[in-house]
Design a protein around this ligand. Structure first.
Ligand code: NAD
Length: 315
């Protein structure tokens, strides 16, 4: 199979490109516009791989996208503006551009080319937050920040192309990922970097917000399982069951680094900060997927990555 991976120079996408090239025999084309969040450093080990080609470009460029999709069997769309804070503080226009128009451009080209699989990488944030219980795939969408709203719009458009044009669309909605190659604007790498340098770690509100933490390698296997074995037109939640408050995550990072918990500084909460996400995952488990990473093991790998790589990276 030949697969187009969009957003493959970002965090999860680059881990997935590495996964495809080491765990499968697929040919891979990576398309990424190298925004502030993308970096060729993330693809360093595979840039010269004989089954891999990197193309710099925007998923909204319909000419380029049509040309690339005409030559592949499958598309896995990771490309997105992904930082909630930016969608609130700097405006949502780039989010609508990449997350909505970009997905629509890829879908149109995929219909035109008649590809075998289109996997849209989505998020638990499209459901909104849940104070108790877990979201299942049939729950209504209730996104509560501009980032999540653009991801929900993309899910709806992707699903409509399955119904309307019979495009073989699959959607994965995962919980918070962590692991190597994540941009240091996000909580775990930011706190590792700051704590390592003896700087304060700014925690929103009282730190009681709960996230379900999924090690990125487990998500890559989940995405690949759905790509190969998922049922067309279906949505699959991907979660770990590992629920931790942001304060607990911060304590674990500081403790692992041997840094003082006094580095924590509580700062004004994010506007509309979702309190808790949690996902029901029996549907993807029925495809034979389950997590392999414990939080502690994943955190150890992540800390090791940032403490040994950070100084040599441009971000
Ligand atoms: P990221 O910000 O690290 O990477 C996004 C990549 O997309 C970057 O390399 C960027 O250059 C590229 N990109 C952005 N706009 C583009 C465009 N218009 N054309 C081409 N490339 C473009 O994001 P991530 O954390 O790796 O997330 C990947 C996907 O997974 C996103 O769709 C996100 O919504 C979803 N997701 C992420 C998480 C998480 O915890 N990180 C959880 C659930 C879902």
């Amino acid at each position: 199979m030949k697969t187009l991976v969009t957003g493959g120079a970002g965090f999860i996408g680059s881990n997935y490109v590495n996964y495809l090239l080491t765990e499968t025999t697929d040919d891979v084309v990576t398309l990424d516009s190298l925004t502030y969040a993308g970096s060729l450093d993330n693809l360093e080990s595979v840039l010269d791989h004989q089954r891999h080609e990197f193309v710099e470009g925007d998923i909204c460029d319909s000419g380029l996208v049509s040309e690339l999709i005409a030559d592949v069997d499958a598309v896995v769309n990771f490309a997105a503006e992904s930082h909630v804070d930016r969608s609130i503080d700097s405006g949502s226009k780039p989010f609508v551009h990449s997350n909505v128009e970009g997905t629509q451009t890829l879908l149109d080209a995929s219909v035109e080319a008649g590809i075998d699989r289109f996997l849209q990488v989505s998020t638990d944030e499209v459901y909104g937050h849940i104070l108790s219980g877990k979201f299942s795939e049939s729950d209504p969408l209730n996104p509560r920040n501009p980032y999540a709203a653009t991801k929900a719009a993309a899910d709806m458009i992707a699903n409509s192309y399955n119904v309307t044009y019979d495009l073989p669309v699959l959607i994965t909605r995962s919980s918070n990922n962590f692991g190597p190659r994540q941009h240091p604007e996000k909580l775990i790498p930011k706190f590792i970097k700051r704590a390592e340098q003896g700087e304060e770690v700014p925690l929103y509100g009282d730190g009681s917000n709960i996230r379900e933490w999924l090690y990125v390698e487990d998500n890559c296997r989940a995405i690949d399982t759905v790509l190969r074995n998922g049922n067309e037109g279906e949505i699959y939640n991907v979660g770990s069951g590992i629920e931790l408050t942001n304060l607990e995550v911060t304590h674990r990072i500081l403790d692992e680094l041997g840094a003082s918990r006094d580095l924590i500084s509580f700062v004004e909460d994010r506007a509309g900060h979702d309190q808790r996400y949690a996902l029901e995952t029996s549907k993807i488990e029925s495809l034979g997927w389950s997590t392999e990473w414990k939080f502690e093991e994943g955190l150890e790998q992540t800390i090791d990555y940032y403490t040994s790589n950070y100084s040599s990276r441009k971000v």
